[in-house]
Design a protein around this ligand. Structure first.
Ligand code: AMO
Length: 434
C-alpha cells in the first residue's frame, strides 16, 4: 500500500495509491466533484468524474463533512491543474472519523480569528500548515541546540521540577502539596545546575519546563515555559558565557535557515545570522538611552518591557537584532550572581532579541562565605538553601551559565505578536485549559 509521504513525492504502486488525511474541502460542480485531502505534508486533489465513479462511492466522498478523516485508494494521474501535479481518481474510501459540524474554527477560512478563540480549539488551529510550521521550526531549533551543546561537550541533564526551595524569588512560586509537606514547582533549574558544577560534570545543559506564578497578563509572560539552561565551569568571567551563547545561537540560526527553509518560506520569514561577537551594551548605557527617551527609570530599576523596547528600537536602526546588556546593578540580579567587588555592579547580562529579553545569565558566586553573605543581604535565610550551599562547602569551581526562554526565542525569531503563539497549549493567569 502506498501513502502520501510528502506533497512532492507520493508513493505509487502499479499506478494506484492510498492516501490518508482530513477532508479539507469539497467542491461539487455537477458532472465533476473535487475533494481536497490534507495530511502533514500538504494536500492532494481527489477528482470524481460522476460518470466514472461508482454512485455509492461518489455519494460517500462528496457528502463527507469537512475535516472528516479518511483513507482513499485510487488511480494516480498526472494533472497540470493541481499544485501537486497529481490527482487521485478514487476506487475505495474508508471513513475513520466523521467530523461534526459546524467546526469550532475554520481551517482554511481567511477570516481573522482572535488568538484566544484559536487557543480554545488549539487542536483545530494546529491543522493550519502555517501554525504547524511554528512548531516544526521549534523542533528543529531544539535539535540544533542539542547538537551545538554536545559539540561543546555539554551533557544533557534533567533536574527536579518539584522542589523544596524556590530559586528565583518568592513572588512567582507555585506551591504544591507534597504528601502534606509544602513544595514548589521549579522556577528554573538554577540551584541544581549549579550544584552539578561541584561534581566534575563540568558542562551541563537542560531543556525543560519552568513554572512561574506570574500575576501579570502580558504578551511575553506565561506561567509555564521551556527553559534552555547551560552551566559550565572554569570560566574567567561572564564574557566566556556570552561567547558560548553567541556560538550556540548562531549555530541554531544557521541550521534553521537551512533545515527550516520550507517552513520559513511558508511563514514568509528570513533569518539573519549575525556576526560574532554580539554587541555588548552596559546596563548604565541602556538606562541612559531609556531615560533620554522619557521613561522615568532610576539606577537599579529593571529596564522593563518599555525600556527594553526603546533599546531594541535604537539597536534595530543599526541593523542589530541580538545584543547583550551587561553589568547590571547587584540589586537588579539574584543572589547567585557574582558581584564586582567594591562596586554596585554584577558580572551579569541579559540577551535581548529585537527589543525583548530572551535570556539572562552571568558568572556565579562560587565562594561559600560570600554566597552566604549575599543571601543575607537579599533577605534570604541560608537555612532554606542548605542542600544547595552544601555543594559550595567542599570544593566548587568558578562557573557561570544562562537560561534562555525557548518560547520567547521562537516568538522573536518569527516576529510573533505573543509568546503564546510559540507554545502548543499555553498556561497563563487566565488559562488552564485546554
Ligand atoms: P530569568 O528569570 O531571567 O533567569 O529567566 C530566564 C529566561 O526565561 C524566560 N522566562 C519566561 N518566559 C516566558 N514567561 C515567563 N514568565 C518567563 N520567565 C522567564 C525568559 C528569560 O530571559 N536562572 C536564571 C538564568 C540563569 O542565570 O542561568 C533565570 O531563570 O526568556
Amino acid at each position: 500500500m502506498a501513502i502520501l509521504r510528502d506533497s512532492s513525492t507520493i508513493a505509487v504502486a502499479d499506478g494506484t495509491a492510498t492516501v490518508h488525511g482530513w477532508v479539507q474541502d469539497t467542491r461539487n460542480l455537477g458532472g465533476i466533484s473535487f475533494v481536497t485531502l490534507r495530511d502533514r505534508y500538504g494536500t492532494i486533489q481527489i477528482t470524481l468524474p460522476k460518470k466514472k465513479i461508482e454512485p455509492a462511492l461518489f455519494e460517500q466522498l462528496t457528502k463527507l463533512p469537512r475535516e472528516s478523516v479518511v483513507a482513499v485508494t485510487g488511480e494516480v494521474k498526472e494533472s497540470k491543474q493541481t499544485s501537486l501535479g497529481l490527482e487521485l481518481i478514487p476506487t475505495f474510501c474508508q471513513v475513520f472519523s466523521t467530523a461534526a459540524s459546524p467546526l469550532p474554527i475554520g481551517v482554511i477560512d481567511k477570516v481573522n480569528v482572535e488568538m484566544d478563540t484559536r487557543l480554545n480549539s488549539r487542536f483545530m488551529d494546529l491543522r493550519k500548515p502555517e501554525i504547524r510550521a511554528i512548531f516544526e521550526l521549534r523542533d528543529i531549533a531544539v535539535a540544533l541546540i542539542s547538537e551545538a551543546m554536545r559539540s561543546e561537550h555539554f551533557i544533557n541533564v534533567a533536574t527536579p521540577k518539584i522542589a523544596a526551595t524556590g530559586a528565583e524569588g518568592g513572588a512567582t512560586l507555585f506551591k504544591v502539596d507534597y504528601f502534606g509537606k509544602p513544595a514548589f514547582l521549579a522556577q528554573s533549574p538554577q540551584l541544581y545546575k549549579q550544584m552539578l558544577m561541584s561534581t566534575g560534570l563540568d558542562r551541563v545543559y537542560e531543556i525543560g519546563p519552568a513554572f512561574r506564578a506570574e500575576h501579570s497578563n502580558t504578551v511575553r509572560h506565561v506561567t509555564e515555559f521551556t527553559s534552555f539552561d547551560g552551566e559550565f565551569c572554569w570560566i574567567d568571567r561572564e564574557e566566556d558565557v556570552m561567547t558560548m551563547i553567541g556560538k550556540v545561537i548562531n549555530y541554531v540560526l544557521a541550521g534553521l535557515k537551512e533545515r527550516g527553509a520550507k517552513q520559513l518560506a511558508l511563514l514568509g520569514k528570513d533569518i539573519r545570522v549575525p556576526e560574532l561577537p554580539y554587541p555588548v551594551l552596559t546596563y548604565s548605557e541602556c538606562l541612559k538611552m531609556v531615560q533620554d527617551a522619557g521613561l522615568p527609570l532610576k539606577e537599579g530599576d529593571d529596564l522593563g518591557t518599555d525600556g527594553e523596547k526603546i533599546v531594541g528600537e535604537i539597536m534595530g536602526k543599526k541593523g542589530i537584532e541580538l545584543y547583550f546588556i551587561a553589568e547590571y546593578p547587584e540589586e537588579a540580579k539574584p543572589f547567585y550572581i557574582m558581584v564586582k567587588d567594591g562596586t554596585p555592579y554584577s558580572y551579569s547580562f541579559d540577551l535581548d532579541f529585537k527589543g525583548q529579553e530572551i535570556s539572562s545569565g552571568g558568572q556565579r558566586e562560587h565562594r561559600y562565605d560570600v554566597l552566604v553573605a549575599r543571601m543575607h543581604k537579599k533577605g534570604l535565610d541560608p537555612a532554606d538553601f542548605e542542600d544547595y550551599l552544601a555543594a559550595f562547602k567542599y570544593g566548587m569551581p568558578p562557573h557561570g551559565g544562562w537560561g534562555i526562554g525557548i518560547d520567547r526565542f521562537i516568538e522573536k525569531l518569527l516576529d510573533l505578536p505573543n509568546v503564546r503563539e510559540a507554545i502548543l497549549f499555553p498556561r497563563d493567569l487566565n488559562r488552564l485549559r485546554p
